[in-house]
Design a protein around this ligand. Structure first.
Ligand SMILES: Nc1ncnc2c1ncn2[C@@H]1O[C@H](COP(=O)(O)OP(=O)(O)OP(=O)(O)O)[C@@H](O)[C@H]1O
Length: 501
C-alpha cells in the first residue's frame, strides 16, 4: 500500500500505519467531502487526530484521495459494510480473523495454494525456458556407485561441458577417479538411477522428484540442490532405455554418518563447521560446540520443512550431507510425505529405518484413511496436523542423532541396536534408561551447562502423550535452553567473516 505514494518521504516510510489508517476512511460518495479533504481544511483537528506528526508525512497521507482506483475499491468495501449492523460487522471481522488463522495455520493452506497454483507453474515455465527440464543422458558422465537403496542406485558424476566431443563422453571403467582428475569436468553431480522393473520404483522416483521440486521452492537451503531429471534415450552401460534419472548438485564428500564412523569425531568436523580449530577451549567443550552446531542445523532444517507440511520420515546421519562450508543438508526424500495434500501418505505403510524410527511407527495413526483429493486434503490439513502432530516423527529421529553424536558407544550400529532394545524396555523414558542401561554411556557432553543437552534429549526421545503431543517439535526444540547459549553460533558466524581463520 505504501508504494502507492510516490515519492515517499522518509518519515512516511517509517510510519506506514498512518497511511493504512487514513486509507480506510475514504469518502462515502464522490459528492461528499473526503475524510482527507476534511482533515486538510482543518489542520488543527488533523494534528489532534494523528498526534504531532511531521508536516511532510501529513501531506503525503492526505494525498491518498488522488488515487481513484484505490478510492473506488475502498468505497465499494465501505458501502457493503455500511449496510451491515454493528453485530454483523463484528461477525464479519471475527470470521475473517478465524479464516486467516485457519488458512495460515500449519501446514499453511494459503501459502500451499499459492505454491501449487502460482509458484509451481511459474517454476515449470522458467525451468523450461532455461533448459532445466530438458536434461539429457548425454549431459552427464556417470562415475562411481555411491549407494543403493531398494528403488534406486546412486552414482557420482559430472556435467559434460558443451564443447566436449561425443567420444570423450563415453564412460569407461574406473571413470570416477579419472573424472575427478579431468580438469574439464568441474561441475560434480549426484545421479540417482530409478530401478527399472521393480514394483514401486517408478512411483518412488516420481515422489522423490516431486519433493525435490517442492523443496527447491519452499525451503531450498535445507536440502541438496536439485538439478532436474531425464529419461535415458538408449540402453548403454548403466543406462536402460526409458529409465529415469534424478540429478543433484554434488554437495559434499561425506555424510554425517561418514564423519561419525571416524574415531576422531566430532573433531573431524571442527574446521568444516568453524573454519579452524577452536583455540583456548577445552576438548569436551569443543566437542559440545561442534555437536550443538550440527544439531542446530538439523533442527532448523526440520522446522523449515515441517512449516511446509513435509515430514522427512528418514532422518539419520546417512541422510545428512555435510558441505564444504559446514552446512548440513537433508537428502533422500524418497520416504517423505507432504501432509498438506497427503502426497506419499499411504495408511499402514511405514518405510522406516528401525534404528531411528519413533515408537509410534507411523506418521499418522493407522486408522487415518487414505487422503481425499488434494484440495479437500489441503482444507482438512490444519485439523489433521493439530490432532496428530506428525512432525514429531522426525524430531524423535533427530533426538537419536543427538544421542549418537554425544555418546560414543552409541555410534556403531551394534551400540545403537542395543540402545534401541533397552529404550524400548524403559518405555522410551531416557531417565529410566539411564538408571538401567548396561551400555555404560559417557554422558559428559550432554551433562555440560547443567545438563541442558540431556534435558533436550529426554524431550525428543519420548513416547507421545495426549493428542500425539509430549515430544518437542522442531520449533520448540530451538527454543530449548540447550540452544539458547549460542557459543556454537558465535563460532560459526565468526568463521564466516574469517576473523578466526
Ligand atoms: N547431493 C549430494 N551430494 C553429495 N553426496 C550425495 C548427495 N546425494 C546423495 N549423496 C551420497 O549418495 C548416498 C546415497 O544417497 P541416497 O541416500 O539419496 O540414496 P538411496 O538410494 O536412498 O540410498 P540409501 O537407501 O542407502 O539411503 C548418500 O549416502 C551420499 O553419500
Amino acid at each position: 500500500m505504501a508504494s502507492l505514494i510516490s515519492p515517499m518521504t522518509p518519515a512516511l516510510q517509517q510510519n506506514p500505519k498512518i497511511i493504512c489508517f487514513s486509507a480506510f476512511k475514504p469518502p462515502l460518495h464522490h459528492d461528499t467531502p473526503s475524510f482527507t479533504d476534511r482533515l486538510r481544511s482543518n489542520p488543527g483537528r488533523c494534528k489532534a487526530f494523528f498526534g504531532n506528526i511531521p508536516d511532510d508525512l501529513l501531506e503525503n497521507t492526505l494525498q491518498l484521495d488522488q488515487f481513484p482506483a484505490f478510492q473506488s475499491g475502498l468505497v465499494q468495501f465501505q458501502s457493503v459494510t455500511e449496510e451491515l449492523s454493528d453485530t454483523q460487522k463484528w461477525g464479519l471481522l471475527v470470521f475473517a480473523g478465524v479464516a486467516w488463522i485457519y488458512l495460515t495455520a500449519r501446514p499453511g493452506i494459503l501459502i500451499g495454494a499459492i505454491d501449487a497454483y502460482l509458484l509451481a507453474p511459474l517454476q515449470l515455465g522458467l525451468d523450461s525456458l532455461t533448459g532445466r527440464r530438458n536434461l539429457k543422458r548425454s549431459d552427464f558422465l556417470v562415475g562411481d556407485k555411491l549407494g543403493e537403496g531398494s528403488f534406486g542406485v546412486v552414482y557420482s558424476g559430472v556435467v559434460v561441458p558443451r564443447n566436449a566431443t561425443v567420444e570423450e563422453k563415453v564412460p569407461k571403467r574406473g571413470t570416477g577417479r579419472a573424472l575427478q582428475l579431468d580438469e574439464r569436468f568441474k561441475e560434480k553431480v549426484i545421479l540417482k538411477k530409478v530401478k527399472v522393473g521393480i514394483t514401486g520404483a517408478e512411483q518412488f522416483g516420481e515422489v522423490e522428484e516431486w519433493f525435490n521440486y517442492r523443496l527447491s521452492r519452499a525451503a531450498p537451503e535445507t536440502c541438496a540442490k536439485f538439478l532436474g531429471s531425464f529419461v535415458a534415450d538408449q540402453t548403454s552401460s548403466q543406462f536402460t532405455k526409458g529409465g529415469k534419472w534424478l540429478v543433484w548438485k554434488f554437495e559434499g564428500d561425506r555424510t554425517l554418518g561418514d564423519y561419525m564412523k571416524d574415531r576422531n569425531f566430532p573433531f573431524n568436523l571442527e574446521s568444516v563447521m568453524f573454519g579452524r580449530v577452536l583455540q583456548g577451549v577445552v576438548s569436551v567443550k569443543r566437542s559440545a560446540l561442534i555437536i550443538k552446531q550440527v544439531m542446530r542445523q538439523i533442527i532448523t532444517s526440520l522446522k523449515k520443512i515441517h512449516d511446509t507440511g513435509i515430514v522427512h520420515r528418514d532422518v539419520k546421519p546417512a541422510n545428512l550431507v555435510v558441505t564444504k562450508k559446514g552446512q548440513v543438508k537433508l537428502i533422500d526424500f524418497g520416504a517423505a510425505t507432504d501432509l498438506r495434500i497427503g502426497k506419499n501418505y499411504i495408511p499402514d505403510q511405514s518405510l522406516l529405518d528401525p534404528d531411528y524410527c519413533p515408537p509410534e511407527l507411523f506418521v499418522l495413526p493407522e486408522e487415518t484413511p487414505s487422503p481425499p483429493p488434494e484440495p479437500v486434503a489441503a482444507l482438512l490439513s490444519p485439523v489433521i496436523w493439530q490432532l496428530n502432530s506428525p512432525d514429531l516423527f522426525d524430531t524423535y529421529s533427530a533426538g537419536i542423532v543427538l544421542l549418537q553424536m554425544a555418546i560414543p558407544s552409541l555410534r556403531p550400529v551394534s551400540g545403537l541396536k542395543n540402545f534401541n532394545t533397552e529404550i524400548k524396555k524403559a518405555r522410551y523414558d531416557l531417565n529410566k534408561w539411564r538408571e538401567s542401561t548396561r551400555l555404560r554411556p559417557d554422558l559428559t557432553i550432554l551433562e555440560l551447562d547443567s545438563g541442558r543437552g540431556w534435558d533436550l534429549a529426554t524431550k525428543l526421545i519420548s513416547e507421545r502423550g495426549y493428542l500425539g503431543r509430549g515430544r518437542l517439535s522442531a520449533a520448540a526444540a530451538l527454543r530449548h535452553p540447550y540452544f539458547l547459549l549460542g557459543g556454537d553460533q558465535a563460532a560459526a558466524v565468526l568463521s564466516k567473516f574469517s576473523l578466526i581463520k
